[in-house]
Design a protein around this ligand. Structure first.
Ligand SMILES: Nc1ncnc2c1ncn2[C@@H]1O[C@H](COP(=O)(O)OP(=O)(O)O)[C@@H](O)[C@H]1O
Ligand SMILES: [Mg+2]
Length: 361
């Protein structure tokens, strides 16, 4: 692998194997922040030292871990990923280090642990901050000695594994608070990569959205986003990061049959995230288009649409009545409900014109 880059140089000679380049290309985005992540991956891939990947949930930590493996000299070996937070503490030891037959009740056969399965490859331990204290001790032992003993056996096994760990937690604070072993922290923190939150690299959103729509092609067909829709996406904070972007785009596509998804459709999809303040400027929250889109997206069910819009059911019912009869006094909207037909599709085409025609579930 030709590596001509250093942390101080912006020149990156990408690894020469096709698969590693493919995997790096799967990390979409051209912001300086994501460029720095790619540079770290290429730089650290040749080392065998542990790497800790920090970042909020959904930023792409697993993608980065996989790229580290694919760019490494042991890319032909196995990449084993495990979420240590998902195992119950009693089973974690046996999952990581394996067990012999009869090691505990129910151990009818022996089991190779994840360390052994990843021998000479990469073991990715996700959510390392969730590791129980006893497992922290056992992990430290194998990192220090390169040796482990499957539960209930007398056999010592040597394992050579590149350990990559990830967490959304502040591990240094956990050490200060006594929840994470200090010695394990230092043993792990040789190399670190910080994957920035999506809101810190919003300029990547158009490219990410296009790549995601491309990836969803089999499910949703050929789709694109209008520039106004992209502006709505850019205005959002994305607490769930890229994973949330995938889910919002999937929802927007499911709720619309249009080839080009527009701003209202994105806004409605974001409302499903409990987000109600993202409507394009100049549009009142309960105008005919918004209500229509919410009703369509909720299959005409008032309760569901009201939840999506973040308004009481009675408000939405009232609004539907007014849409049916624009002459009624008072208004929940700032815009006249009998708005320009060219701007707002006829409510009767978009959703039941009467609240009686809608389901009150
Ligand atoms: N930079 C990126 N380019 C393309 N897809 C991404 C990117 N970052 C994250 N994703 C996608 O977002 C989802 C969540 O990523 P993941 O690696 O599981 O996040 P994390 O492990 O940080 O929770 C996955 O579908 C992943 O493919
Ligand atoms: Mg993850």
């Amino acid at each position: 692998m030709a590596l001509d880059n250093s942390m101080h140089s912006n020149v990156i000679t990408f690894p020469s194997t096709r698969s590693s380049r493919d995997v790096l290309d799967r990390i979409v985005g051209a912001s300086p922040a994501i460029d720095a992540v790619r540079r770290d991956i290429v730089q650290y891939a040749i080392s065998s030292a542990p790497v800790v990947i920090h970042g909020e949930s959904g930023v792409g930590k697993e993608l980065v871990a996989h790229a580290l493996h694919a760019c490494s000299t042991h890319a032909s070996r196995r990449f084993i990923a495990a979420n240590v937070g998902a195992f119950c503490p009693e089973l974690l030891g046996s999952e990581l280090f394996g067990h012999g037959r009869g090691a505990f009740t129910g151990a009818v056969s022996s089991h190779r642990g994840l360390f052994e399965q990843a021998h000479e490859g990469t073991l990715f331990l996700d959510e390392i901050g969730e590791l129980a204290p006893s497992a922290q001790t056992a992990l430290l032992r194998v990192l220090e000695s390169g040796e482990m003993r499957p539960l209930g056996t007398e056999i010592t096994k040597h394992v050579r594994v590149r350990l990559v760990a990830a967490t959304h937690r502040d591990l240094a604070a956990m050490v200060r608070d006594g929840h994470f072993r200090r010695d394990l922290y230092y043993r792990l923190h040789v190399l670190t990569i910080r994957v920035p939150a999506l809101r810190e690299r919003k300029r990547d959103i158009p490219e990410l959205a296009a790549a995601i729509l491309d990836r969803l092609h089999d499910e949703v067909g050929v789709r694109s986003l209008s520039s106004a829709a992209l502006r709505v996406l850019a205005a959002y904070r994305w607490p769930g990061n890229v994973r949330q972007l995938v889910s919002v785009l999937r929802r927007a596509c499911a709720q619309s049959s249009a080839r080009t998804i527009d701003e209202d459709e994105v806004a409605i999809a974001l409302m499903g995230e409990g987000q109600t303040e993202c409507l394009p400027r100049g549009k009142s929250r309960l105008d005919a288009t918004t209500v229509g889109a919410a009703m369509r997206a909720s299959d005409g069910k008032i309760a569901k649409a009201a939840r999506a819009l973040g308004v009481p059911r009675s408000t939405l019912r009232d609004c539907l009545e007014r849409l049916r009869d624009p002459k009624r006094s008072g208004g929940v909207t700032r815009e006249p409900l009998g708005a320009e037909p060219s701007e707002h599709p006829s409510p009767s085409r978009s959703f039941p014109a009467s609240s009686r025609g809608a389901s009150d579930e």
